[in-house]
Design a protein. Structure first.
Length: 315
């Protein structure tokens, strides 16, 4: 009779512990704003540093790396993912090992098909994006990416319109009627959240908004509710100036699912300015591509130098 192996939960705990240790040991302290110091024995972060940066107890984090059977909340996993600078694939792996559902928007969403991405691009210079009911920005075209801020520079987990509208300085300064917009968004968020009260992702977003924005706390306490509707908006773009657009939501499925958000220019001047913004976005994209090619050439050059050095030492 064959012996049974360890339960899946135990295997996952050990895999999770090994993954956390590996990532911690491979992050230089300078990369997260810490000084290395002369007495540091490990090349990466210490356990207590990870715990401090993640706002969790040192003992608790030590137990986690020791694969002890403890409960891990999605909030703690999110904090660890940020501290350990996990990329989207590593973040997904972390949540899978912990047996938890990642509450942040996925970088690759099943609803974002290549055809839908093509539609977003074909709409340019009209800014357009795909959002879910929680205001997570799941995909966007190049013009939308420069409309309110440099969205490419925002971490994927922070690409949420509620969060940006209440906490991101450049995004906030680009909205002409900011106070009214914030109030309407809070009212729509409250109305929609009624159907998601028990979901960790919604509770986590609400907790973060209340913690980081006094304006949101004030709007939330009004207990106002509202529905999505088409409306005219005005933005003050840092590159092309004031743009007036008509906001339209095109639902891609049931109302609780993702929707295509478009900002059609409301006048000819706004259209010209959006065309200039689109041209700027294209040029920035080309420059990034040129920089990637230069970096690849530099990498190939360094590799050739190393190979030549090895050959010379052997000779």
């Amino acid at each position: 009779m064959s012996e049974k192996g360890p339960p899946v939960s135990e295997i996952r705990r050990h895999e999770l512990a090994a993954f956390l240790r590996h990532r911690r040991e491979h992050i230089p302290p300078e990369q997260v704003g810490l000084e290395r110091g002369r007495r540091r024995r490990t090349p990466g972060l210490r356990r207590e540093e990870v715990a401090q940066l993640s706002a969790v107890g040192v003992t608790w984090y030590t137990w986690l790396e020791q694969a002890r059977s403890i409960q891990v909340s999605v909030q703690v996993l999110d904090a660890l993912a940020r501290t350990l600078l996990l990329d989207p694939s590593e973040r997904a792996h972390l949540f899978r090992l912990a047996g938890a559902v990642d509450p942040t928007p996925a970088t690759v969403c099943p609803s974002i098909t290549p055809a839908l991405q093509t539609v977003l691009e074909q709409l340019e210079p009209v800014p357009a994006c795909v959002q879910n009911s929680r205001y997570d920005i799941l995909a966007y075209n190049r013009t939308y990416g420069l409309l309110l801020c440099d969205l490419d520079a925002v971490p994927p987990e922070d690409r949420n319109c509620m969060l940006l509208c209440y906490t991101h300085d450049e995004w906030r300064s680009s909205i002409v009627h900011l106070a009214e917009t914030q109030r309407l968004m809070a009212a729509r968020f409250r109305a929609t959240m009624a159907g998601h009260l028990a979901e960790p992702a919604w509770k986590m977003l609400l907790k973060r908004l209340r913690a980081e924005s006094p304006d949101f706390r004030e709007a939330w306490e009004r207990h106002e509710v509202g529905a999505h509707r088409m409306r005219r908006k005005e933005f003050l773009n840092r590159y092309v100036g004031r743009v007036v657009v008509d906001h339209t939501d095109l639902w891609l499925g049931p109302e609780a699912g993702p929707r295509l958000v478009t900002y059609a220019p409301a006048d000819e001047e706004s259209r010209r300015r959006l065309e200039r913004l689109h041209a700027l976005a294209l040029e920035r994209e080309r420059e990034r591509e040129r920089e990637r090619e230069r970096e690849q050439r530099r990498g190939r050059g360094r590799e050739n130098e190393r190979e030549n050095g090895v050959a010379l030492s052997r000779g």
